[in-house]
Each structure stands twice: as structure tokens, then as C-alpha cells.
Write a protein that binds this ligand. Sequence first.
Ligand SMILES: [Zn+2]
Ligand SMILES: [Zn+2]
Length: 245
Amino acid sequence: MARHLARIHGTEEDKVNCPFYFKIGACRHADRCSRIHHRPAFSQTILIKHVYRHPVREAELKAAREGRNVDGIDVDEEEAREEFLVFFEDFFMELSKFGRLEALHVCDNLGDHMVGHVYAKFSDEEEAADALNIMNGRYYLGRRLEVEYSPVTDFREARCRDFDEDTCRRGGFCNFMHIKPVPMCLIRDMEDDAEDERRREEMERRKRRERERKERRKKERDGDGGDRGDRKRRSRSRSRSRSRS
Ligand SMILES: [Zn+2]
Ligand SMILES: [Zn+2]
């Protein structure tokens, strides 16, 4: 029985748990879904919702604002690509401060439940927790970051293989992740930079701790010098309150 439940969990056969939320961390029915979206209390993966400004969606919004027909919009592909790489680098470097990234995926999907989603998988849950706590509620280019733990840890199940082969017929409205490709050499460069940055920070932290230890020891050697200072301050404030009365 238990084995059967484990086998069907999050599959089409599972009538209780939503297979889309389980595999992709996003379901088009959102809170109206008839099946359960089991949100993890901890995870190695965080999802930063709708943070990447998809160029097609942005162009559509702009056209709508200006009262133009949204069918005729076109996007400067090269400019969009440049902007995406800047965005990717920003997030890669910022998130790397919390730990080593095992994956950073930006969705190219256009469906309302997935547009602009960014998934970051860390090497452990503690790093992901730090990232969530610090990043949630911060702003990026005027957009408030909404961060949650994601059940997705294996992106092979989540990504659309047809998109990777450039053959997905559902286009932007596919319900599997269309992960925007990033050149491997760029990722390697950023990994090296992030590693250096972390090492530098660790060294700073160690120096700071050493300094604090020395100061503590000095205070201890000076006996109750610190206490005497306190007493002097206290008597001063007492005399001040007396003079005011
Ligand atoms: Zn669902
Ligand atoms: Zn697809």
C-alpha cells in the first residue's frame, strides 16, 4: 500500500496531489486546483516568482497601454538576449552569496502561472533558507521579490525536452519549463567569480572574529575597567536627571 502510494505520488494516477505542482512547482489552476499543492517547509530549491521581465509580455503590456494591437508586436531579439544575460548574471552573483548554486533556471514560458519564474537550487537547504529569508520582499528593478520554497529538485522531470530541441509546438504556453539557455562558459566564469567572492568574505569574517576575540581578551585583562566606565556613565545620567528636576 505505502509503496503504491509512493509510486503514484504526483503522477496523473494520483487523484490527491497535483502532478504539475509536484513536478514543475507551478500549476495553471493555482489555488483553485482540485488537487493538493503540497508546499514544502524546506527545500534546496527556491522559486522567485515572475521576476524576469519576459520581452514578449513586456511588449504586449506596452502595446496595450498605448492602445495598439497586441498582435502586431515584435521584439528585438538581440537586445532581449543581452538584457536577459545581464539579468541572469545579476541573479547568479546575488544568489551565490548564500551558497553554491547547483542550478539557476529562468523560464521562457508565457502562461500567467509561470511567466518570469526563476528557480535557484542550492547545494543544501540551509543556504536556500538564507536566500529566501533575505531575498523575499526585496526589490529588483522596481519589482518586489516574492520567494517561496519549491518542491522541484530534479529539473529533468520539470523541463520541456521538446523546447530544448527547439520542437515544442505549445510555444510559450507549454506547461513544462522552457528553460532559457545560457552559455556554459559564462556559467563557469560566474562560478569562479562567486567562489572567489565567498572565499574573500569568509576571510573577512574570520578576521572580524579574531579582532572581536582580541578586544574581548583585552577587556578581560583590564579587569573591571568596562564596569567602571558603566558606573561613571550611570552616575552622570543620574546627576543630569537630578539637575532637570
Ligand atoms: Zn494543481
Ligand atoms: Zn514545451
